[in-house]
Every structure is written in C-alpha cells, then in structure tokens.
Design a protein. Structure first.
Length: 562
C-alpha cells in the first residue's frame, strides 16, 4: 500500500524469513561461530537460546548454508511429539527406511546402522531441533540415549537444540541432569543494541530500494524503547509506522506515529523509561527541600565557639564552602551530589571513617538487598529479575552467565569494565547498589527506589576494597579456571579467542591440551591487561578476553552519558 509512496520495491519489514534481508549482528555472528565450532567438535548437545523473535532461526539458516558437505542434517521444526514420533521424524529427515508400524527398537536399530555406516564413510550426522522448549522430558531423555551411540573414538550423533529461555529451565530440572552434563556448547542470543537497531532498519530499507532517512534518530530511539531490540518486533513496529506515515501524508516517521504503532502491535503502551519523570521529580524535590531546610537552620543558629565544637570528619556529607549561592537560585539535588568531595589523599582511612562514608553513600542511594539491586544490571544482559526465593546467580545461569563474587578496589572494577553490584555497608546486607557508569570524576549508581544517582568517584575510592558481584559470559564447557594439563571445549575456545585477539586466523583443532605454549599466551595477555601473571585462565582473565572479542557485552559507560 505504501510502497510506491516511499519509492520501495517491496515491503522492507515483512516478518517472513527472506534471505535477501538477512542482517547478522555481532551477537548473531558469535552465535553462528559457536554452532560451527560445536559441529566441528565431537558429539553431545549444543544449545542456542534466545527470546521470541531474536533471530534463532535466522542463525540456523545461516548455519545450514555453511554446513560442510560431509555432514548429514536432520531438521525438526515441530517438536511437539512423543518419543516414537520423534525417532520416526529423524529417520524421515535422514532418509532411513522403517516398517509401516515401527517400534522404538526398530527405529533405534535402523538409526544406529545408518550412523555406523556414515562414520565408516567419514561423515557426521547432526540433528537440529527448533522450538526445543516444547520437547517433553521423556523425548529429551530418548534423545540423550541416542547420543550413547558411539565408537571408541567419538560419538556418532550430535544434537543442536534451539529454544526460548524456558529450555534452560527445563534442562536445569533433576530429571534431565544427565543430559545437561552432555552440553558441550551453549549460547544465549541477546536482542539488538541501539546502534544495531539503527543499522538493521537502514539495512532493510536499503535492500528494499530506499536510502533516504525515513526514520530520524529520535524515532529510532523510540522504536528501540518499544521493541527492546527484538528484530521481529522492530519489523512489526516499523511496518505499521510506515503505514501510519503514509496515511498522514508525511515524509518521515515521527515518534508519535511510532508510539501509536507500538500500542497497536503490543496491545498497550510500554513505558519508555524505567524511572519516570514523576519519580525523579519527587527524589530531587525531596533533596532540595532537605538542603533548603539545612541552609535555614545554619542561618538562624548562632555559630558555636571553636573550643565547644569538636571537629568530625563526615567526608561525603559536607558541602564545599567556597561556593556562594547568595542572590541566586539554590543548587539542584544533582548539582549538590556532584559537588560532594573528600579530602585529597585521605585514602581508605580508619574503619570508623570508612563506615561513616558507607553510611553516607547508603543514605543517598537508598537501601536494597542484592536481589533488588541486581535488576538493572541483569536487564543490561537481557536477563529477568530474580523471583522470590531465587538467587541472583541462578537467574544469571539461566541466561548463560556466570557470577564473580569477590572483593576489589574501584580501579580494579574499572579495569573489568562491566556494570557491577557493590555493597555500600559492611554490616547491612540490604545496602547494595548497581554501578553502571564511571569516569575520572564521577560514578553513576542505580537503585530501583531512586533511579540513577551521580556521586563523586572519590567517595567510592575512599571506601577501599568493597564486596562486589559481577556477571560475565563463561566460555563453552566452563567448569573451573583453565590450567596446565586441562582439555575440553573451554580450552579450545581459549585458544581460538587468543588467536583472534592477536589478529591470527584460529585453527580449529578440537581436543587441545592446555600446554606451556597456551600458558605463556595467557601470561602475556594478563601482563598486557595488568592482571596477576598466573598463566591460569581464571574468571577475571576471561572477563578481559570477552572485553576484547565480544562487542555486544554490557560495559561501564561514561558517567553522565545516556
């Protein structure tokens, strides 16, 4: 309808999987690399999970185009079936004949004979199951039994499961613990970033024959807020927005049109921000009233003599004296917080001084336990908030993340360059906050109660070492830090990533042993990144490796940046 109006050859935002419109983000390419790497290794299960519409099937189609000729593929699109039907479907996909009314034994025997023959011919067999979160537990167990088919050298069958995050919950059940232990590689596909969303929209418009800016920057921001970066929702919202723009005879899509389109697609208007303007007004207003009350009190109270008043170091609660606001408007709460300063060279100070600073920070940010404080950081990773009775690290594991729970100074956390949870009290378990931004002078902390609060960097440095919790993406097959003599998927992945960092073409050699050459490469990497030169690929080392190779992971932004 609107194609001719905008000069389009066809609909640019159809949800049909047209390969001409294929857009591979950094995360999509990394997911594809995981799958290709898994296929080159031996046997077991490979998982690719992601929310609805994030592009799992797109990645799978790319995988099928790059499958080597010596690999047999069975692709199961609808897994809602029992064990007998699943085995029959796999046999049908591989061209294996069976009796008209087969039993499970008939099907397994015929499949086993096929796999042995393929092995003799030097061919591999891979079963890919889409929408795997719909698999019944007994069917998953039957699939696990199929992976028992093996020779002395390797397993004869590899199974790739594509599914929504519910698949991770399913595999975490006690009944499927044996299957979970056979997963050799797993990857969670996140939504597009803001920059990728802009590239995605421009890419599809270009393929459809238009390179004019139909979606201005403000409009793309609104599309990203409504869609969360999920490609399918982006397509639906953009398609409806173009229709609305055509109806109103405008030359470009406006934010108002996007809002209406999103309301029609999603059924309701979604909030554009986690912290509302009203909430910020209440917080700032309360702080301003407190400041004004303090100023009035100071003005009307006689100054005490020096001998009668002891000096107390309150560090983060004292306002700088040189600033003169007489004859002008009083400072805003944000300005007041940014003006807080500690004495130069004060260091961590005594335990009592440190506790005073902790209490001052806690008073500014509010009081939250670790689960509450984790919500904004988990959201940056595309993970859900912890449910009642659920630990933060359980939620992280369900999204393919690992936890690093330790103690560090601010400069060490800065080198890790990840949004992080820090504890602002040594005695209260409820005083946690999320640090999402950091620069040379300020840090940005987030709590659900007060939203973003900017505090002086020096006020955090003065605390010395603090308890922290940091999320990171572990390599395939990660169990423990890699060291001399280790082998497995994590070691293979380590060699691949270090080669990419050095600008070399990684040689895919499954089964590498962590030898002295790899140990020295790890030491060299640790030295360049100011890490302890242990030669052990521990969590901190992997966090820095990911920072070099994964452009899509959340990072500490510059304080004050949006």
């Amino acid at each position: 309808m609107y194609y001719e109006y905008f000069g389009l050859r066809e609909a640019p935002f159809s949800i049909a999987p047209n390969p001409q419109y294929l857009y591979m983000s950094e995360r999509h390419r990394e997911a594809l690399a995981h799958l290709l790497y898994g296929i080159k290794s031996d046997g077991g299960f490979i998982l690719l999970t992601g929310e609805v519409g994030t592009g799992k099937t797109t990645v799978c189609r790319c995988l099928l185009e790059q499958i080597p000729e010596d690999v047999h593929i069975a692709f199961v699109l609808n897994p809602k079936m029992d064990s007998l039907e699943m085995l029959a479907t796999v046999c049908d996909e591989l061209g294996i004949s069976y009796p008209e009314q087969p039993s499970i034994k008939h099907l397994v025997d015929n499949l086993s004979a096929f796999l042995l023959k393929a092995h003799e011919q030097g061919r591999k067999t891979v079963v890919i199951i889409d929408e795997a979160q719909n698999l019944a537990i007994d069917v998953l167990e039957q699939l696990r039994l199929l992976t028992n088919l093996e020779t002395n050298q390797r397993k004869l069958l590899q199974i790739i499961l594509l599914g929504q995050p519910e698949l991770l919950d399913l595999l975490a059940t006690r009944e499927l613990r044996q299957l979970s232990q056979r997963v050799t590689a797993r990857f969670h596909l996140d939504a597009l970033t803001r920059a990728e969303t802009e590239d995605y929209i421009a890419h599809r418009l270009d393929i459809a024959g238009v390179n004019q800016p139909l979606f201005p920057r403000a409009t793309i921001n609104r599309i990203y807020q409504h869609s969360g970066g999920i490609p399918r929702l982006i397509n639906l919202i953009c398609d409806r927005s173009l229709l609305g723009t055509y109806t109103e005879e405008k030359g470009q899509v406006t934010p108002a049109i996007v809002n209406r389109a999103a309301a029609e697609i999603l059924g309701q208007k979604r909030p554009a921000e986690k912290v509302t303007v009203r909430q910020l007004q209440m917080v700032i207003g309360g702080l301003v009233l407190a400041i004004l009350s303090s100023l009035v009190y100071l003005k009307t109270t006689p100054a005490p003599t020096v001998e009668a008043q002891p000096v107390v170091d309150t560090v983060t609660t004292r306002r700088p004296q040189p600033a003169d606001y007489s004859g002008s408007n009083p400072p805003s709460a944000a300005e007041w917080i940014k003006d807080i300063r500690t004495e130069a060279g004060a260091g961590a100070g005594s335990t009592q001084q440190r506790q005073t600073r902790l209490q001052s920070l806690s008073a500014v940010t509010g009081s939250e336990d670790r689960n509450q404080a984790a919500a904004p950081v988990l959201a940056l990773w595309g993970a859900a908030e912890p449910a009642a009775g659920q630990s933060v690290c359980e939620v992280a594991a369900n999204s393919g993340l690992a936890c690093l729970d330790s103690v560090a100074r601010l400069d060490e956390l800065e080198r890790s360059n990840r949004p992080v949870l820090i504890q602002l009290s040594a005695t209260q378990q409820s005083d946690w906050a999320a640090m999402v931004a950091l620069d040379s002078t300020t840090a940005t902390l987030i709590t659900q109660a007060n939203g973003e609060i900017v505090v002086p960097r020096a006020s955090l440095e003065a605390l010395g070492p603090v308890d922290f919790l940091l999320f990171w993406r572990a390599p395939p097959g990660w169990q423990q830090p890699g060291k001399l003599g280790d082998s497995g998927a994590a070691v293979d992945w380590l060699v691949t990533q270090l080669a990419l960092i050095e600008g070399e073409s990684p040689a895919l050699q499954p089964g590498r042993i962590f030898d002295t050459t790899i140990e020295q490469a790890v030491r060299d990497f640790q030295r360049r990144h100011q890490l302890p030169e242990t030669g052990v690929a521990d969590a901190e080392t992997w966090i820095h490796i990911n920072g070099q190779t994964d452009a899509a992971i959340p990072r500490l932004r510059q304080a004050g940046a949006s």
